[in-house]
Design a protein around this ligand. Structure first.
Ligand SMILES: [Zn+2]
Length: 302
């Protein structure tokens, strides 16, 4: 969403939608045709294994994309459909692919809407119809033919977010938690900054050598990148504290001051990102909100 200099972002296009790209001995990718300011060149759907395969994140409710996936899988058997999180650009096609292949949907849990969010917003970005036949928790493993996928709970971008580790290649399907092309959106109430930072720390303790994200190309040298993301969020927190010290009290003032040359389409997301930081800092006792809780329209003071 933003472009801090210290993080080595890679915005090279991840290839045209619908094409099958081989990324490693075990991993193939098909990109969905849902390019946009939040989705970059489109959602990445991954095929893992050969012959008897798993599919990760079938993508948005798009029949053409599912047809492209099914064509890519000709002659193969899908044994499981794994989903990282229930945002509408990741999980709805799981049901179409289940219809086409008979494979079970496993992975992240059903989204539980926050009916009384402090920000007063309903979470419209979630697919509420996602009903997996098996919910994977931390350390749960799907064992395929010649590969394993281990669930790593990584809440923050979404509360039900999972990454999947492919031990045979020391790789991680990082979903929208860590992407090479951009920072991730952490938007309350479902997104939570403290969870996001803890999930970054969790990945830093691992020794994966490559990430395959939910959008954009693979990420090599992920440890350095994840360290950069954590530094960036701490700097953003410092900037927000600086604006409050300078007399700003409301989120729009802070957004205008700390986001330079912001794409107008991302204004709302930037406000939610600042809200996520303020929510965290209110919880830690660093910032006061005149509403008690952190909301988009509250007045904040140190
Ligand atoms: Zn997402």
């Amino acid at each position: 969403m933003s472009t801090p200099d210290e993080i080595p972002f890679d915005r090279s296009p991840a290839g045209p939608a619908g094409e099958v790209t081989t990324l490693s001995p075990l991993v193939r990718r098909v990109i969905a045709p849902n390019r946009g300011p939040f989705t970059f060149t489109g959602t990445c759907s991954y095929i893992v294994g050969h012959g008897r395969v798993a599919v990760i994140d079938p993508g948005p409710d798009d029949e053409a994309h599912v047809a492209a996936l099914v064509a890519a899988l000709a002659g193969e058997t899908v044994e499981a459909i794994l989903v990282t999180h229930t945002h509408r650009d990741h999980s709805p096609a799981a049901r179409l692919l289940r219809e086409a292949t008979g494979a079970p949907i496993i992975g992240c849990a059903t989204h539980i809407p926050n009916l009384d969010p402090p920000s007063g917003r309903l979470d419209a970005s979630h697919d509420l119809d996602h009903r997996p036949s098996l919910v994977m928790r931390e350390g749960d493993v799907f064992t395929g033919d010649g590969f394993t996928l281990e669930a790593i709970e990584t809440p923050g971008h979404a509360s039900n977010h999972l990454a999947f580790a492919l031990a045979q290649e020391n790789g991680l399907f990082s979903g929208d938690h860590v992407m090479a092309w951009s920072t991730t959106i952490v938007a309350p109430p479902d997104g939570k900054m403290s969870d996001y930072m803890a999930s970054l720390d969790k990945l830093r303790a691992r020794d994966d050598v490559v990430y395959w994200p939910g959008h954009g190309g693979p990420l090599s040298d992920p440890q350095r990148f994840v360290r950069g993301l954590a530094v960036h969020r701490r700097q953003r927190e410092t900037s927000i504290l600086g604006r409050l010290a300078a007399g700003d009290t409301q989120i729009p003032q802070i957004v205008a001051a700390i986001y330079e040359s912001l794409d107008p389409r991302l204004q709302g997301a930037a406000a939610l990102s600042v809200l996520a930081h303020l929510e965290d800092m209110v919880a830690r006792g660093l910032v006061n909100s005149d509403r008690g809780a952190a909301t988009l329209d509250a007045h904040y003071t140190l």
